[in-house]
Write a protein that binds this ligand. Structure first.
Ligand SMILES: [Zn+2]
Length: 435
């Protein structure tokens, strides 16, 4: 018996080495009419992109390009080809909850996690269909570590979707997140992990990192309203000491911290505490802009999201909704002028996934960003923030073969990015409507 066993072991160890080598990775060639590579200001005409397996092998002029024998050729010579797009602020576990369907609270109180997970897979697929091959998904809103599971399902090839960079549960303080407004006797579940004090803050970060968070998401402001003098006020949540404990822990793991911050004290603490990216940043003072440039803090504005679902104009909420929009555009304009590092983010999930992610692009040009900079904010700039320079957000040798195409020239009409006709992720074609 022992002999038989060792024979089997020897046999299984030796035979695979004798068997034929694994099939070489497939080679695909894309003919690009116009190429926007995600990095440079210049577009290039008539390019040939050679893809071997899941990586780009070469990019060259069609006139001189060598087409490898046996390659399958995709003709995008009447299209503009770009790197796969990156959305740095999404929530695949939110569905733009409608108040008449119970709003945000119903999501947590009534829906089985399986339903929320099923809908998250649809959201992921929707993003990929629209040309977004990478998402930084900034918290699951009460769905725990569901995003880690979806990330694994996509990476394992079980479901289609963008590569996901996930932040799991997010962190806020007591009184700093929903569910709210219930009888105090009830111990309600919360949409984020609530902490008080630097010890609990660090422990929450450790737990989330241990369970698979790629980034840590922190809420530095929560409620907002219009103050006595007509100004936007937001309630600060974490103290500077609490945030510093989280940032210190997270940086020790070689990871980064994204801070939801509207304005005021909470935004100032986010900057002083060493946040890597400011999310939303509705109202940023000149001094804060200077501090962001100096510290290299990333800015992920989400302009379009705040044009949704305004309450009636003559209510406190309605005045708040309008005030948020009126300060966000000018803050973005100042940031662009000052050279703050800006990434594209939609806050999808806050917006229903049935809507177009591309609605954020024209908002960015409306407030003074050039179309090529807008494209970079959704490609190579985001890759820089995500520490994936040269791997995503660029069409160049060595990068993952994440490639999209649109008809026409998006540098003339940024809205064309809303009509992606070809999507390749990791060398696999997900969508091809190019005739
Ligand atoms: Zn958000």
């Amino acid at each position: 018996m022992r002999f038989l066993f060792s024979f089997i072991v020897a046999f299984t160890l030796v035979v695979p080495a004798l068997a034929q080598a694994p099939a070489p990775p497939p080679v695909t060639v894309i003919r690009a009419g116009v190429l926007i590579d995600g990095k440079s200001d210049q577009t290039r005409r008539d390019q040939v992109i050679v893809i071997r397996g899941n990586r780009i092998e070469s990019v060259s002029d069609a006139a001189t390009a060598q087409i490898p024998a046996g390659a399958s050729v995709t003709d995008l010579s009447h299209a503009t080809v770009l790197p796969g797009l990156i959305d740095s602020h999404t929530h695949i576990f939110l569905q733009g909850e409608e108040p008449e369907q119970g709003g945000y609270d119903a999501n947590i109180l009534k829906y089985p996690l399986a339903l929320r997970t099923a809908r998250a897979t649809v959201a992921a697929r929707r993003a990929l269909e629209q040309g977004f091959t990478t998402l930084r998904d900034v918290e699951t809103e009460g769905a725990g570590y569901g995003d880690v599971g979806i990330r694994m399902a996509i990476a394992g090839g079980y479901i289609p979707g963008p590569r996901l960079i996930v932040s799991t549960r997010a962190i806020s303080s007591t009184g700093g997140y929903n569910l709210e407004g219930y009888a105090p006797e009830l111990d309600m579940p919360k949409g984020a992990q609530l902490i008080d004090g630097p010890v609990e803050a660090r422990k929450a970060a450790r737990e989330q990192l241990d369970h698979g968070a790629d980034w840590i998401k922190v809420y530095m402001t929560h409620r907002s309203w219009v103050g006595k003098n007509g100004e936007l006020v937001s309630q600060p949540t974490l103290t500077l000491d609490e945030l510093k404990a989280i940032v210190d822990e997270t940086h020790g793991w070689g990871r980064k911290v994204a801070c939801h911050a509207y304005n005021g004290i909470g935004l100032q603490r986010a900057l002083d505490g060493g946040c890597d990216s400011i999310e939303h940043g509705l109202e940023i003072t000149d001094a804060q802009i200077t501090q962001m440039v100096k510290q290299g803090t990333w800015y992920c504005p989400t302009l379009a999201a705040y044009y949704h679902d305004w309450a009636p104009a003559d209510t406190p909420e309605g005045r708040r909704d309008r005030k948020r929009v009126s300060v966000h555009g000018p803050s973005f304009q100042k940031a662009v002028k000052a050279g703050v590092k800006i990434v594209f983010g939609t806050d999808m999930g806050g917006i229903p996934w049935t809507e177009a992610m591309a609605q954020e692009f024209p908002r960015m040009t409306e407030f003074g960003m050039s179309p090529i900079e807008v494209i970079r904010s959704a490609t190579s700039r985001a890759a820089e923030m995500l520490d994936m320079v040269g791997q995503i957000g660029v069409v160049e040798p060595g990068a993952y073969a994440d490639i999209v195409a649109v008809k026409g020239d998006p540098l003339r009409d940024i809205n064309l990015l809303g009509d992606v006709t070809f999507v390749m992720k990791d060398g696999g074609v997900f969508k091809n409507e190019v005739k």
